[in-house]
Design a protein around this ligand. Sequence first.
Ligand SMILES: Cc1cc2nc3c(=O)[nH]c(=O)nc-3n(C[C@H](O)[C@H](O)[C@H](O)COP(=O)(O)O)c2cc1C
Length: 409
Amino acid sequence: MYMKKITDNVFWVGKNDDRKVPFHRLILERGTTYNSYLLTTGKPTVIDTVDIAFAKEYVDNLKEVIDLNTIEYIVINHVEPDHAGALPALAARAKNAKIVTTKLSSELLKDMFKLHNREFIIVHDGDRLDIGGKILQFFETPYLHTEETMITYSIDDKTLFPCDIFSTHIANNELFNDLAAGEYIEDFKVYYKLIMGPHRPYVREMLRKINKLEIDMIAPSHGYILRENAHDFIRMYDEMSSLVDDASSKKVTIVFSTMTGNTTKIAGKLAEGLKESGIEPYVFNLKNSNLDEVLDRIQISDGVLIGSSTKYGDMVRNVEELLQALKNMEAKGKLSAAFGSFGWSGEGITHIENYLNDSGFTVINQKYLILNRGIDTPAFPLRIKFADEESLHTAYEAGKIFGEQVLTH
Ligand SMILES: Cc1cc2nc3c(=O)[nH]c(=O)nc-3n(C[C@H](O)[C@H](O)[C@H](O)COP(=O)(O)O)c2cc1C
C-alpha cells in the first residue's frame, strides 16, 4: 500500500499530509503531499525525502520495502525541510548512500543537518549519473524555489523530477493527475503565482533548459504526478512567466551625482541591467541636468534609482536638493532604490534611502527582497566601494533585479 508504482522501477514513497498545513505564512487549506521517489535500479536511488515532521514514519516505511544499506544515492533537489527534512534520519540508516546535490546545497545541508562527515557527490548543470540501469541527468534551476535548487531528469523514463517546480498543494491518494478526484488546475496556477512567480526570469531559464528534453511525465514534490498531458503544464508555466505588460511601456529614471566618476560607472551598469530586463532607462547626471526636467521625468516613471558618492559622511549636495523636491511629489506606487560609490563608510547612500522612505516611495532593499522574493540578497541599497570591475558586476545584476520588480509590480 505504501509504495506506489510510477513506472518501471520507479516508485512513490512519499507522505500524504491532509492537515491544514501552515507554510510560508499561508495555510494550505487542501493539505499537500511530500513526494519522495525510490528508483529500484542496480544502484538504488532515492530522489528527495519528506517533511521533517514525518521523518521517522518515512524511514520506517522505507525500510519495509528496501534494505536501506543497499541505497547507493540520495538525490536532493532542494534543501527546504519539506523535501530534505527526512535526510538526516534516512542518511543515518542508509549508511552507504552518497548524497547527490549542487555545491551550494551540499554546504547548506551540512550546516543545517550536521552532515559534515557524509560523502557528497556535487553535480553541475547537465551532469549525468549512472544508477545501474537508468541514467539521471541534473540541471541547476536557481531560485526555483531557492538559490541552491536543481532538477533531476531520468533519461530512460523521460521523466522529470523537478521538486517544487510544477507542484500543487493538494493532499491526495490518487497520485496521478488523470485520476484526480477534483479540480486542481487552479491550485496549480496559484502555486506558480506564489512560489515561482517572484522568480520569473529563472522560470524562463529553466524552461529553456527543459525544452531540450523529451518529457512524458513530470513527478514533482507536491501534489499530482503529471502523466497526462505533461506538456500542457509546461505550456502553462511558459504563459504565466511571459510578461503580460509590455516592458517598453515601463519607465525607470536613474539620477545621480558624482565627484570623480565612480558613481557614473555604477549608473551605467544599472542601466545595462535594466536594459537586459527589457526597460530602457532615462539617465541623468545632476551636474549637467535641469532639475525640473528630472522631476518631470520622475513624475511619469514607475521606478527611480537615486545615487550619490559619499562626501564627508553625506551625499553630494545637489542630490539632497533633488530629494527635498521629491518630498512634494505623489510617490505612492513608485519603486525606488539608493546607490552610490563610497570609500570607507558610505553614509550618503543610507541618507538617500531614508529620504526615499520618508517621501512615501516603495523602497527596494534587502528587507523588501526577502519578503517579496524570499531571497536574502543585498542588491539594494547598492553600495559599491570605489568601482572595481567585480563590484560593478553586482550593479549590473542589481539593475536586472530592479527591472524585474518594476515589471512585476
Ligand atoms: C572630498 C571627499 C570626501 C570623502 N568622504 C568620504 C566619506 O565620508 N565616507 C566614505 O565612505 N567615502 C568618502 N570619500 C570617498 C568617495 O566616496 C569615494 O572615492 C567614491 O568612490 C567616490 O565616488 P565618485 O567618483 O562617484 O564621486 C570621500 C572622497 C572625497 C574626495
